[in-house]
Design a binder for this molecule. Structure first.
Ligand SMILES: Cc1cc2nc3c(=O)[nH]c(=O)nc-3n(C[C@H](O)[C@H](O)[C@H](O)COP(=O)(O)OP(=O)(O)OC[C@H]3O[C@@H](n4cnc5c(N)ncnc54)[C@H](O)[C@@H]3O)c2cc1C
Length: 568
């Protein structure tokens, strides 16, 4: 075995041992959280609220650790497929750097208030404070090593490692990358600055490429095999389109993805046959109307009501943030069908609400029977192209056949919504990755072009370290997303989908911020796409599961439950 290979192998083993030690401390924290919050064998929501900070930090730490495991596995696969006896590879260097950073960030959180995590000094000495773990982190985070990696990255034209996709997905990636370069990017700036609706050029091109049918099984007119989910296809396409523009292209599949999952979970056979082939053709386009002015995170409290009438239902109430609600010809609406508020989420049902498609910032449609739907776009700082509307329903009629699941679907709307949003999370992680890639490419090229004090800024150590870190986080985010996508293809990975959404969206804010910072004053100029990336990135942690609720009510809860299963 060559000396170089031994060194690479040793480093990877050191990384795994250090990560395992970190996870040991983390597991102790989760067990302690479980002990504090368990009442009669179940996690108590009110008890959990007494431990919000610990829960949030534990969820974030667990997400970082999961990301590090996935990226280490990926680096090993890259070596297996490359030159098994060659020198340490770029992907391995990025994976090692990310792992060391993840460990240090977990350590900082847990050691800030060890007593709140149930961690003793003795436990810390054996795990996060152990000599071997600290030696690994200091070596990987040494300035010289990071700057060296940054120098390599600076010469790589915005690449940061192999994608490791199979041929089919590589072909999809290539097709949609070209579409993003040729069609989306030239239009993206105007759409953002003029707050325009996505033009037909983009919509028609993507319809032709089958984009809207990506999550729809073949038997219903989509591109997905009937017996196998293809999350990877959806991820790769979303990533490439989001690299072109988050608002003008990258988010177009989110809505059909949510609608499809809700329909597949709860729709009658007739509803699936009627709607899925049409959604695959983007005829009509669709939107999701769940959030209300007073109820966002607290879905169970929603008030928009549906009352029985002859042949269907009458909708009354307000929804907000209904993205693409103007252009859409059908809205997936969550409404209260049982007026008894004590029923909470069990009183909610889901409807497919038809309306005419319009382009403007405002719309109004009156039905023959007198029902009215109106919408007004909310001005936003970014994520432009689809317009997000306040929508009001006044006695708006929806026929019986549009209650999702038919009579059996009454009261099940909350569960159908959750099924829909599960796909939205991994999809949003892919959106974050695409946006990061766009920002990273701009950062790398500007750092090369811009001369300051007689040198390109990528010749300075601080920029090199920045580029190394950006590359490592981008690579980790991508591979974390791909790994969870593969798990989801096997019917697993529900909690990991929340983790990867949480982690990548937070990371995208930092990556786009750093890319903007590398541009100095020009990063603040509207004419530079990098200023848009930062604004767009902010929304990622807010929608498709606001990060605090994902951390507290989904990830922390699932971690506690898993700890219980492991003990049983
Ligand atoms: C650009 C954009 C597009 C959107 N598109 C859509 C769409 O197409 N369809 C749709 O239905 N919705 C959409 N949304 C809405 C989005 O999903 C909600 O904004 C999100 O769910 C948060 O709800 P909220 O705004 O009511 O925040 P709130 O629920 O009011 O939360 C406010 C803050 O309080 C925190 N918080 C809430 N509860 C707790 C708690 N128990 N403990 C601690 N902290 C808490 C939250 O994390 C958040 O930081 C969109 C939003 C935006 C900004």
């Amino acid at each position: 075995m060559s000396e170089q290979l031994i060194q690479a192998e040793q480093l990877m083993q050191q990384a795994r041992r250090s990560l395992a030690a970190t996870e040991k401390a983390l597991n102790t924290a989760i067990k302690s959280l479980r002990e504090h919050t368990l009442v009669d064998g179940r996690v108590s929501a009110s008890k959990l609220d007494d431990y919000q900070l610990v829960s949030y930090d534990t969820a974030l730490s667990a997400a970082e650790a999961a990301g590090a495991w996935f990226v280490l596995d990926y680096a090993e696969r890259v070596r297996d497929q490359g030159d098994p006896s060659g020198p340490i590879m770029l992907e391995e260097r990025c994976a090692l750097l990310f792992t060391a950073e993840a460990i240090e960030s977990i350590r900082a959180r847990l050691e800030l208030r060890p007593q709140d995590y149930g961690l003793t000094r003795d436990m810390l000495a054996k795990t996060l404070d152990s000599e071997s773990l600290q030696a690994f982190c200091s070596e990987q985070l040494a300035v010289e090593r990071m700057a060296e990696l940054g120098k390599t990255i600076a010469d790589m034209d915005g690449r940061s490692g192999a994608y490791l996709l199979d041929d089919d997905h590589e072909m999809m990636r290539d097709t949609f990358r070209r579409f993003a370069n040729d069609v989306v990017m030239p239009l993206a700036e105007d759409i953002h600055r003029e707050d325009l609706i996505i033009p037909d050029e983009i919509l028609d091109g993507l319809t032709e490429l089958g984009c809207f049918g990506l999550s729809i099984p073949e038997r219903f007119g989509g591109l997905q095999a009937d017996d196998q989910e293809d999350n990877m296809g959806m991820i790769v396409v979303t990533e490439e389109l989001s690299r072109g523009s988050l608002g003008a292209a990258g988010s177009l599949i989110t809505r059909p993805e949510i609608l499809t999952r809700a329909l597949l979970k709860g729709g009658t056979e007739e509803q699936k046959l009627k709607w899925l082939p049409r959604l695959a053709e983007a005829d009509p386009l669709c939107a999701v109307a769940v959030t209300e002015p007073n109820y966002g995170s607290d879905v169970a409290g929603m008030r928009c009501k549906a009352s029985r009438t002859e042949g269907g239902w009458l909708i009354d109430g307000a929804k907000t943030w209904c993205t693409f609600g103007g252009k859409a010809g059908v809205l997936l609406l969550l409404a209260r069908t049982d007026p008894d508020l004590a029923k909470g989420h069990k009183g909610l049902s889901m409807f497919l609400v038809e309306k005419p498609s319009t382009d403007g910032h405002e719309f109004k449609h009156e039905q023959e029977g007198g029902g009215v739907i109106t919408g007004k776009a909310i001005s936003t700082i970014g994520y432009r192209g689809m317009h997000s509307y306040d929508v009001f329903f006044d006695n708006y009629f929806v026929p019986e056949e549009n209650l999702l699941g038919g009579p059996n679907g009454e009261g099940k709307g909350f569960y159908f919504t959750m099924a829909g949003f599960a796909g939205g999370r991994i999809q949003t992680a892919a959106r974050a990755v695409g946006l990061m890639q766009a920002a990273f490419e701009r950062a790398v090229s500007y750092a090369d072009e811009r001369q300051v004090f007689g040198n390109s800024i990528n010749k300075y150590q601080l920029t090199q370290v920045k580029l190394a870190r950006l590359a490592a986080y981008l690579l980790a985010s991508r591979q974390f997303t791909y790994s969870v996508g593969r798990l989801m293809d096997q019917g697993k990975g529900e909690m990991e989908a929340s983790m990867v959404k949480f982690f990548t969206c937070k990371t995208a804010e930092w990556v786009t911020r750093e890319a903007q910072q590398i541009h100095g004053g020009m990063g603040y100029a509207e004419e530079m796409p990098v200023s848009r990336y930062f604004l767009d990135a902010r929304v990622l942690s807010i929608f498709e599961g606001v990060e605090e609720i994902l951390a507290l009510k989904v990830i922390a809860r699932a971690l506690i439950d898993r700890a219980g299963e492991a003990d049983a």
